[in-house]
Structures are given as structure tokens and as C-alpha cells.
Design a protein around this ligand. Sequence first.
Ligand SMILES: Cc1cc2nc3c(=O)[nH]c(=O)nc-3n(C[C@H](O)[C@H](O)[C@H](O)COP(=O)(O)O)c2cc1C
Ligand code: SF4
Length: 1003
Amino acid sequence: MARDPRYDILFEPVTIGPVTARNRFYQVPHCSGMGYRYPSAEAAMRATKAEGGWAVVSTQECEIHATTEVSPFTEARLWDDRDIPALARMADAVHRHGALAAIQLVHQGHDASNRYSREPAIAPMHRPVTTYDPFQARAMDKSDIRELRRWHRDAALRAKRAGFDLVYVYAGHDLALPMHFLSRRHNQRCDEYGGSLENRVRLLRELIEDTKEAVGDTCAVPIRLAVDELSGEAGITADGEGREIVEMLAELPDLWDVNVSDWSNDSLTSRFGEEGAQERYVAFVKQVTSKPVVGVGRFTSPDAMVSQIKRGVLDMIGAARPSIADPFLPRKIEEGRLEDIRECIGCNICTSGDITGVPIRCTQNPTMGEEWRKGWHPEEFAPKGSDDQVLIVGAGPAGLECARALGRRGYGVILAEADEELGGRVAAECRLPGLSAWGRVRDYRLQQLHQMPGVELFPASRLTPENVLEFGFPRVVLATGARWRKDGVGRQHNWPIAGSDQDHVVAPEAVIAGTQIAGPIVIYDDDHFYLGGVLAEKLRAEGHEVAIVTPAPQVSLWTSNTLEQGHIQRRLVALGVEIVTQRRLEAIGAGEAEFSCLVTGRRETRPAASIVLVTGRLPEETLYQELTAAPEALAEAGITSLTRIGDCLAPATIAAAVYAGHRYARELDTPDSEGAPFARELAALAPDSGLRVRKQPMASVDTDDRLAAQLADPAAPLNEYGAIRRVMICPAETAYGGQQRLDAVWQGEEFLGRPDFAEARKEYGRLAQVLAESGAEIDLFSDAAGLGISAIYIRDSSIVAPGGVIICRMRNAYRAAEPAALGAYYAAHGIPVLGAIEGEGLLEGGDFVWFDAETCAVADGYRTNAEGIRQLREILGSGVEVQAVPLPHDQGPGACLHLMSLISPLAADLALVYSRLMPVPFRNWLLARGIRLVEVADEEYGLTMGCNVLALAPRKCLAIEGSPITRARLEAAGCEVIAFKAEEISLKGGGGPTCLTRPLLRG
Ligand SMILES: Cc1cc2nc3c(=O)[nH]c(=O)nc-3n(C[C@H](O)[C@H](O)[C@H](O)COP(=O)(O)O)c2cc1C
Ligand code: SF4
């Protein structure tokens, strides 16, 4: 279907500094609970949104340094180069679908407790950290501010290298240092960073300027600013300092992403705010700047979005939750499929994932967070695996979603519901105060089901066991829900509460259904989520005297995970509901109830004409028990599986019920998974090998000193052919990690084929054996956690030079972290690091060849550039002649062409070469040095990385098997050739024996 022309405006491109967004849909930064810990899952989730049509897809908060560390929350992380590959994976994945990738750099100042890093937190002033941890943040002096700016700048440069198009400066949510500096209450400094607003804005201005200067040539630099903290004079206000800040910085950033603070006001749930609720605070921004403005407000309606643009409130529609509930929202508007939009219900189950330290989940979108680990795509389903028909009993959230997803797979489904009304608990609860948007859980699914010819709905059909058997469908799913207990059993009570059997004690269903009960009313809430508070609100609005009593220290305690606790408490207090905490209900009498204080044990009685018990639920499992009581009848009826899902299995959230329904449908007719029911991304483990290796960390300082001394020895030979005395390798088991990791990343790292892990280990074992047999002492580089699989090609990240090592800088973002990891290794082992290639410089070890201690050659190509060569010359000093060898374009920048793809020295007077790709002056230079050139056979060059052979000693080399002609030529030149199979570790990754090794000392 074509797009409605009314929405054309939403699909206009928007220029943001040096980049252009394809339309006006902008996924603002939001946490996912995956971040640095589950990078592939993170990348797949963001990629799905890019595929769904969002023009800009942002990360979550990305920590720039170890002094801003918020464990156990899992944000993104860019502390050093080793964090680049994980983020590059996301940026690449987003780019593959034509969207721009944005990253939100953050320093959280006193909001970071640094529990993991154990670094003292920093802040504008001395003060305790925001959490209740017994730590203080220390006041930043000028050098700290300089350091902060440097960290931010370095992180911006890393973000650029990771491939991001927009690099944020973040001053939002009262969660970031720049905002702490803006705030009068957090910043009472007396220097030029405190006092007047101009002074308080200084740091933010400097960070924007620094970021633009560092990456602004190719990356846009947006700012995220909270223009109102909704705390009146105590904070920033949109008609006060919020506006003044925007006026001061109006044209400096490339885009204004504006919202309100704190997070609970920004991600306001539907219970407390409507779509577009932030407009009155952010509307002024467009009048003050000519830069594009993004704003948020749980936008799911295209008409509301168009209105925001046409009325000049926003230029781009920012969305976190609408993009979580429906990653394909833009595509659906573009394709004229408005009825397919899965609208966010504003329940904030998504925030609960991050806050409780686990991957994101969503009530409406059961695939959220499961894109990678379960391979679930929100819009694509595998076709059915059999012609089995499915009978689903119960049309609550689990049953409806199960029917929808089965329908999408093409199964024939009958969905029977006992009630006249479909929707189960959602249908009932959406009538409660503030919860009307929850009805979307039902509405979306019914809308979809009505379009599916294979799914039939039967409301008002309470099925008996006989009915189920009569249907005779092979698959029966019970989604019969749960009911609240009336006996008070819950977290506090393992046995019924005394007196709970009286008539004035009611379960929540009665109140939800509107049964009139007498006041005063006590709601005893041992459930701690939303329902107790909502019922209190409803009953109070009906004019009753209401007290909500809970054993927890706060009312509706779990709603702190949905950012609602403060709002709920405020509303209940404003309505006049009495809140009593830390009390246990001991006994219920006629017209009163007895409680004990959980702290003192003191007993107290309060009047209660009615008591509502919100404590626990019982699954509706009668039908299940009746059916399973006669297994032979099930078999006779042809029922092959009887499965309970959702609340009727284990009562939980609506999100859990929807997930359970979806899962059943996805997994029907698929083989059971062994072990964990999803893919896991595991940290790479250090190898435990029987090789003659130096243990890590290096055991003896003497040994380190020995290597340092050997490297510093001016008489130490520097060449590529002397007998290898010591060599560093990164074994396949370390670099590749395992088959699962290989499967996930080989394409992203541009391997030519998917390596087989088991075979790779065998091949690597042979390589290590040859090295050991040749007399080399082997150092295992095992600090590969966070590195890509290309780390197996360890030669590329460092160069051995007179007196120490030089740290390289790689062209590809997925290898960016390798040099720093190697550098850290060298530093930790006392091996002098002479210098590192920095800034725009590129240099890879495979592009570098020593001929003797005064002479080397370095490629000038796609992987090593002029700036890298300049820095190399500077580090080596004037005592070394550096031959720059221009490389041909050959197969372009994507292919791996190194200098060592053209030459491998095998002795002082012998080298294996491929002259066809060699620049004439270099070839002549080799000949002039008296080096005899043995040519790789044309037909073997591409097949077996013919030129890339590792000299184990003069005229003794290791080559990949399969080059008989070249081998014969080498042998004719007096060489001993050891050939080994290297399909998985070399040919598939494009790195030969020289790439797999970093010789440290040669004889
Ligand atoms: C799960 C979740 C995580 C969030 N994490 C961040 C974050 O890392 N950085 C940020 O600036 N805002 C974050 N936010 C706030 C959103 O960017 C957004 O401003 C807010 O949710 C309002 O937009 P919405 O109504 O479209 O959801 C988060 C919101 C959600 C729902
Ligand atoms: S969990 Fe709730 S608030 Fe969050 S995106 Fe999903 S439906 Fe919206």
C-alpha cells in the first residue's frame, strides 16, 4: 500500500552538520541492558531498528572513562581502543540498513559510583555519590577538567573510528557532568566554571567545541540537553536558565535533542502523561536556533508527529519507547500500514530491564532483546513446520500473542475464550485509572488476528475437557490465566491470614469489576507492583477513605524499576490515600485489621470495613489438571502436546505472558535446543596449552628484563629471516573463542569463509608445534577479551624495533583495539614501548619488513598511510633508512594487501616475491642489494597466499600447503620448506604464516 501523502513530510531528509538523515525518524539514545557485555545482541537490536526505517539509530549512554562506571548497569563503553570493535559492530550493522549511527558519550560525574572500577568519582563539588554507596565524589580541579576534556575528545575520536556518524555531548537527565556543571545546586564553584550561568555553561561549550574540532569534519555533533527539570526554582526551567543555555549555544551543536529531566519525567509512563507531553517545555527551542531540533513524547501516532513538524515544534521525531515497541514503525507509516503499528503502551517494562541489570524487554514487542540470542525478527517468521492445528484456550495476552505469531507462521488456530470480551487481564485492567493505553496489547493483536484467515476466534466459549478432546487438534495450548488469592498468601505469608475467609475481605478482581465495597478500606499490598496503588487510586476517587499498607519500605516498591514509584507516591498522597509501610497484616477482624511493625514487632489495629488483599495469584489450572488426569483420552483424541503458557503456568507480568505466547509459536516444530535456550556471547578464555609457553602474566621479572635487554642490544640482528628465538602468538582458541563466536562475527570481520573452530585449533596446534620444534620460545598472547577474531593475525599490531616495540594503528575498526591490547601487554611485561602510531596515522605490521638493523621497508597503501610512515620515521630516528613502497590498488581497500603479500625475505640474499604487484623501483632496490628473487607461481599466488611464508631460519620456511610449483622453486634455491594445512586459520581470514606470528627475537 502507498504512503498517505499527509505523512510525506515525515520522510523528508534532514541535514545534520556533515551528515544527512534519510527521514525525520530519530531513535534517541536508550539503554538496552546489553551494551558492552552483549555486543552482538546490542548490534542486532539496533540493526533491526535501522531496517525498520529509523534514520538515526543511537546507542545508549557510552562511558568514556573508568571514572564513570555504573555497574551493575550495562551501558556502552569506550574507555580505550579495545572497546572500539564492539561498538563498530553496532555502527556497521546500522549502516547496512542505510541509517546513521549515533553514539552518546557520557561522563556521569557523581552519578557514577564506580563500584567495578573502584576509581573515585568526580563532580563540580565535593559531595556524596547519588546512590546510597558510602563514597564521595571529589571536586574537580582545573587539571581534572582538562583530563575530562581529553577523555571526551579521545572517546569522540574512537567513536569516529568505530564508524559513528553522530557523536553526542550529553547534558541530560541530571545524569551527566556537563549538566551537573550547569546546575546551581550541584555547582557552587568559585572559579570560571561556577557562579554565573555563562561560567556554568563553559564546560558544556568546551566539550562541544572539542568534539567538533576532533570529529566534526565527518561526524555531526548533537547535544542532548534537559531544558526543564520539572522541579521549579530548584532546577533548570524552560522559561529560565533552560532557555538561556540554548540561546547561549544556539548555533554551536549540529542538532538539539531536547527533553525534560529527570529520567522518570522524560520516560513518563502513560499512567502519568499523554503522548506529546513534553511539548510545552521544548517548544521554544526552534525559535532560538536554526539547527535541527529533536524532541520526544512517546510518539506513536503519525498525525501527532506531522503536527509537531508542521507547527514548528520539532524537526525530527525522537523516540525511544515507540521504537522499542515497534522497530518497524517508520516503515509501516511509509508503506501505508498504520493498522500494523504496534503502539507502545507506556508501561516502562523496558526500563526495568536496564534498571535490574538484564537485557531489555518490552510488553508489546516480545522480540525486543531477542534479535540475536534467539534470532527473532519482529516482522519475519519461519513458515510452519507441520500441518498440525492448534487449539488455544484463553485469549488473554499470552493466548492472543500465541495465536498471532502462530497465524504469522501459517498454522491453523482456534482461539477460545470463556468471557464475552477478549483480552483477559488486559481487558479488565485497562479500565483502571491511568491504564487505558494498556488496552493496546489486546487491540493490536485482535486487529492482526482479524486479518488472518487461518485463525478463528471464539469468545464466550468456556471449554470443558470434553470440548478440548472433541476438537482433537494435535496441539493444545492452555493460556487460561491466573486469579488473585483471597487468603493473603504471598511473600510475607506462607499460610492463609487469620480472618481472610470473611466476606468483607476481597480479591482485586472484585474491585476491578466495580463491586461496591464499604469504607474505610485497607489495601494490603504484598505484590509491590502497580496494582495495589492503582486500586487505591480508584477507590479513593470513588470517595472512600483508603489506606495502602505494605511490608515494603516504600509503596509500590517494584515500580521504581518502571520509574513510577515517585509519581505513584506523590499521586496517592495528593489524593489523600494513607500510606503505611513496613507493616505485616497479622489478622483480620470484623471492621478492623491487626498489623505488626516489621522493625519493632509492635502491634497496632486500624479500622477496615473492607480489606483488599493484593498478595499473590494462583494459576487457573483446573482444565490442565482435568486433561492430564486422563492421558489415554488425550492420546485417543490425537493430542500430541498439551502446553501451559503465561500466567496459567506461572503468574508474572503482561510482558512475560506475551513473551510466553510468542515463544510457543516460534518454537513449535523446531528441535529443542541443548543447554541454554538462546545463543550466548561469552568472554574469550585464555588458553591452557601444553606448549612450551611463558605463563601469563609473565612469571619472572628477570625474564622480562632479559627480553628488554636483548631487544636493547645494539648487536641484536633485525631482519625477517634469522632463526626465530622468541615469538608471540595469539592461538586460535583465544582469538576465535569458539564456534558460536566465529559464526557471529566472521562476516563482520570480512573473513572469506566461516572458519571451523575445531579444525582451526588443529591447524594452529601444528603451527605452534613447528615453531616449538624450530627452537623458538613462545609467548602466548591471551589478553584477547574484547578483541575480534582477526587478533589471530598478531603480527599486524606491533613492530619490533631497536630497543623495544612500536605500537601500530589499524585501518579496520574491528581491529582497532588490538594495538592497545598488545601495548598493554608489552608495558605490563617491562618491554619498552618506543612509540605508538596515533591520530590519522595508519601502520600495520604486515606492511613492514626489516632487511638489517639500519634498513627497513614499509608499504604506502590502504593499511599504512603517509602519516603512519611519517610517525614511524620519527620513532625510528635518523639511524634507520625507511624505504616507502607504494602499493598497487589491486583489489581495492577492502582486500588485505600488505607489503608481505609481495615479499618474504628468506635469507640475507634471498626473498620470495610476487613481482607482478611490485613497484619497479623497489624491485630494483632489492636486486641492487644483491637479493635473489624467487617468484611465486601466478596460479598459486591467490590460492595459497603464495608469497606469505614465514622464515623459521635462513633458507628454512613455513608455507601453506598447496603451492607445489612455488615450493619446487624455493627448494631449487636451497630452501627447506615445511608445508602445513591452514584453511581455517589462514585462507579464510586472509592472513598467512607471517601474519600469524610476531617474532620478537631472531638469531
Ligand atoms: C529503556 C530506556 C532507556 C533509556 N536510556 C537512555 C539513555 O541511555 N540516554 C538517554 O539520554 N536517554 C535514555 N532514555 C530516555 C529516552 O531517550 C527518551 O528521552 C525518553 O524515553 C522519552 O522518549 P520516548 O517517549 O520516545 O520513550 C531511555 C529511555 C528508555 C525507555
Ligand atoms: S515496555 Fe512498555 S513502555 Fe516500554 S516500549 Fe514496550 S510497551 Fe512501551
